[in-house]
Design a protein around this ligand. Sequence first.
Ligand SMILES: [Zn+2]
Length: 361
Amino acid sequence: MLSGILRWSTVSNVILIAGTFLTFVFYGQAFVTHPTVWVPILCTAAGWLFGILIHEIGHAVAAIACGWQILAFQVYPVGWHGPSCTLTLLPRSVGKEAGGYVVIVPRSLATGSATRWMTILACGPGASLALAATALIIRETWLRGVDTPGLIASNFGLAIAIQSCVFAAISLIPQGGSDGAHIIAMARRDPEKDAIWPYVWARTMLDFNLRLRDLPGWLLAAQRDLPFPEKEREQYLAGLEIGLALDAEVPDYSRARALIDSHLVHYGASAWLASCDAYLAAIGEGDAEGAARRLWSGEPDRQVMAIQHAAKASVLAVQGDRRGMRAELLRMRKANRADCPYRNATFRDIERRIRAALRPA
Ligand SMILES: [Zn+2]
């Protein structure tokens, strides 16, 4: 029997290569009068792109029907960001991961059930199979009738059907992060893993630039019941509180000061905490000297580069260093874009506050 990631990935690659070759041949044979290499290559690429789009639409429509929220819908090279309702040209690094991707989270604990999650996963391959069937029906009912000796139009229907079947097959093969692999993992049900889903959803929302203050109440409440060791959970919740105080519509600087000082006493220093501390001292308290002292002096933490640059920019702003502030803000924006290509409303506000705090040199 086939088992193991290596074997399944081999099957997946063989199906993909054979399918691509076959569709290339069918597209090529369609152009009887003017046979070229480039046109069937373009047709094959366009067919894949169309197939990916329909597959992801299948996931997205099922997600909305199941009461889930779409954070991002991307078919490389374009991505749509749900929280900001904006279209973005994706950097190459995103395209390498997957041609298409839908990032979703449930709108409530009840809609976040395993059954709904599996339904959403199955609807991607389902949409691909529906496209294959539609392409074949159109081929038989219409395209065959418009075939000419110079152009065999019905070949397009056949090629799209093959590409869609290939896409459905490789997305169902249980390897890596495929739909099939996720469905099998969900079907096995692991109560320990189920219990950390609220953490994964919150993490996903923040990673995809839904701002902290917009995290739904039910999800914030669920963070208090995460099955983490007590101290780890307390530290995580205390960190969320600091973020919420700083990200509020009107930031609560005095509460943030109390929370940061308490966090430092209980859990020690970190690049993230020192950066929040320095930003607060500079922007919330106008303390240029104190802010400079509070900056993180250890090794930069690659996980939180944007806030480290924001902290430096805020210190430079209250020191009256316009050029230095601008350079750090540029690095902050780059770090944000490297983390997530979509608009980040929190850091947009942070930048606005830092620029407003710029003092004369
Ligand atoms: Zn899929």
